[in-house]
Design a protein around this ligand. Sequence first.
Ligand SMILES: O=C(O)CCC(=O)C(=O)O
Length: 256
Amino acid sequence: MKYSPDEAKSLKTDYDRDGFVALRGFLSLVELQTLKDNLERYIAEVVPTLPKEDVFYEDKADASTLKQLIRMSQNDAFFAEMQNQGVFREVAEILLGREVAPQNLQFFNKPAKIGAPTPPHQDGYYWMITPMEGCTMWLALEDVDEENGCVRYARGSHSEGVREHGWTNTLGFSQGLRDFPTESDQANEVVMRAQAGDLLVHDAMTVHWADGNSSENRSRRAMGLVYYSDRAETDEVARDAYKKKLHDSLQAAGKI
Ligand SMILES: O=C(O)CCC(=O)C(=O)O
């Protein structure tokens, strides 16, 4: 186990209070390098075999603008092991306080100059689960700050319920808060600068967003992992209807 019972208790207290927690230096340099090597392998060998719905580019005619890879743990044994066993799952179990059901593992990039902002949203709005118990992990693969588009949280927003979302034009983040920013969002904003190997974790209901990448030549690469609690049930009918609508609109816009 990576965390002692006392450390686990303290992490959960912080997480329950704020709606997020930052685990600095979560991966060692060696672990991070193994992950990056596998990401490179996945991009070179697995991506060409995937359905277009699992791979997003800022400009799909230009492979250097790769923006997002989804369902990586369903598509590859290394990433399945990363999500389903070991330290990430341990952290999810500590923070959710029970057994978990691993979901999606993703790669997020914001290419220099063109990486788009991430609209403010609550992940749980997309998930359509009851009870609303889940967390998202965000692992920095390189140093991330205001210039290349770090994540920002509204501290405590996880305790204020689901807010109204509407469709956005952002590839990979189709839903955004309609009433953002409220005074409370502004007062509670926390800028989450991160160094390579840091892990951020937020609750299903935590409001979060990120700027675009305004740098000249820095990428902004990260991995995202989603876990639900083992008792969360998905409303399959609503979920399938949403997925179909999303697929049709991405296809109509020529984005996939
Ligand atoms: O990488 C980002 O900009 C945001 C990621 C995010 O919103 C998420 O993982 O829920």
